[in-house]
Write a protein that binds this ligand. Structure first.
Ligand code: KE4
Length: 448
């Protein structure tokens, strides 16, 4: 469907009127903070409908969509096979609170694509999956300490809302009100891609350090490609050393692939590191977004010996009324069955590369310093001269320029993520014409 064929939207309220009305009944007018455009300024667009690679807002403005619901919409909006599966599932029942065959089918589908996992459990959000994986890692090791990295986001579970402490040896501080210091006292926050800090943290707090009571670190949780820093790769040397230190100290390596899962490669980011590092695999993995196809569904998994510590078999409790929801599993299963078809990922990867090359070529022609990177259907760009390798470098890039570019593109019908620290996403529905239109708009916007 071409963008001009999209249904016109004749709703009576403008985006600004809807935003004003929304703020009366919903805090900040949104149900998730990043949607409020506070990082880029301006009025958020209230989306009325979406089709293929496009979204239409309340005023009938049509956009080429590079958010894709922050990753899930890898097929584009309203893919016929997914729509049909969801409609059929809905007629069979929305939720039972009892097991279904389709949960088994989805689990088997995911496990067939992620060889590091032998079992998984379905939940309803990435936050829930990461929180559960963290509890499982602590239950499995009997340890409390964990390591995360500045700039990585793992959802809003209390223990993970942490910023770096004053020094390496000190533990994190809450990034949110309402999180007691005691809850984050066991969370160490290190600099992404910093091998020296890894070495020091394990020397100080690893097993056998002798320097603390409940010795050892339960887990290290990491975004293998940090999409919450826009697009920053964990270097192979860094990841190799992280794996070695975790193995040496009996610490579980938890890959948060909520964003990268089935998005950067059919085998997710871990398949990329397995190619670069012989025998590499994480101990636990967290998924979301793509595996739900736009419906509330996420998962976490690992080897059977660890997963069977979960209730009702083991002592680690975890539960959910809508976990494995029949309609959501239909959506996720249909999505995965489409993206694993031969040629899908090759085409998606080529589209994303074409998009990024086009934008960077426009920046070069306009004489604007811009760098970017992409993998599979995920990309990021920065107004800088070299690719940032950690959070502080990302935050040192030209934010004002980014925000001006964001709005200039939005005004030209191109919807990027409304924050310089967020990644972008291409779908199987984006056409060559969309990618060229985006590069052309970028040239106009950057010359403006
Ligand atoms: P959810 O609870 O939002 O489903 O997933 C949390 C989460 C966990 N891990 C990673 C790597 C994630 O990227 C996320 C959520 N990502 C954000 C985008 N940066 C979702 C958008 C939002 O918060 O509205």
């Amino acid at each position: 469907m071409s963008i001009d064929a999209l249904p016109k939207n004749n709703k009576h309220m403008t985006n600004a009127q809807l935003f004003e009305r929304a703020q009366k009944s919903i805090p900040g007018g949104v149900n998730s903070p990043v949607r409020a455009f506070r990082a880029v300024g301006g009025t958020p667009r209230f989306i009325a409908s979406a089709h293929g690679a496009y979204m239409v807002d309340a005023e009938g403005q049509r956009y080429i969509d590079y958010i894709g619901s922050w990753g899930p919409m890898i097929l584009g909006h309203g893919h016929p096979a997914v729509l049909e599966a969801v409609q059929k599932a809905a007629t069979e029942g929305f939720s039972f609170g009892a097991p279904t065959e389709r949960e088994i089918e989805l689990a088997e589908e995911i496990l067939s694509l992620v060889p590091s996992m032998e079992q998984l459990r379905l939940v309803s959000s990435g936050t829930e999956a990461a929180m559960s994986a963290l509890r499982l890692a602590r239950g499995a090791t009997g340890r409390s300490k964990i390591i995360k990295f500045e700039g990585c986001y793992h959802g809003h579970a209390d223990a993970l809302l942490v910023k770096a402490g004053s020094g390496l040896a000190t533990f994190g501080h809450p990034t949110s009100a309402g999180v007691p210091a005691e809850v984050v006292q066991h969370t160490l926050v290190l600099e992404y891609n910093n091998v020296a800090q890894l070495e020091e943290a394990f020397a100080l707090h690893g097993q056998g350090s002798g320097k603390s009571s409940n010795e050892g670190i339960a887990c290290v949780m990491i975004e293998p490609i940090a999409g919450n820093m826009n697009f920053v790769r964990a270097s192979v040397p860094f990841m190799k050393r992280l794996r070695e230190l975790c193995t040496q100290h009996g610490t579980l390596l938890v890959f948060d692939e909520v964003m990268t899962g089935f998005r950067v490669a059919l085998g997710s980011a871990q398949s990329l590191y397995a190619k670069a590092i012989p025998g590499f695999e994480p101990d636990l993995s967290v998924f979301g977004k793509v595996i739900g196809g736009g419906m509330p569904l996420a998962a976490f998994g690992g080897k059977r010996a660890v997963m069977e510590l979960l209730a009702p078999l083991g002592p680690v409790y975890q539960a959910g009324t809508l976990s494995g929801n029949p309609v959501a599993t239909a959506c996720g299963l249909a999505t995965l069955r489409e993206i694993r078809k031969p040629g899908f990922f090759e085409a998606l990867t080529a589209s994303t590369r074409t998009l990024l090359d086009g934008i960077l070529a426009s920046a070069k022609e306009a004489g604007v310093p811009m760098v970017g990177d992409c993998e599979g259907g995920m990309f990021g760009f920065f107004f800088a001269s070299e690719l940032p390798q950690n959070y502080s470098a990302v935050m040192a890039t030209d934010k004002e320029r980014f925000n001006r570019f964001f709005h200039a593109m939005l005004d030209r019908g191109v919807y990027f993520a409304p924050a310089l620290y967020e990644a972008g996403f291409v779908s199987g529905a984006h056409t060559a014409a969309d990618l060229k239109a985006t590069a052309d708009a970028a040239l106009q916007a950057l010359r403006g």
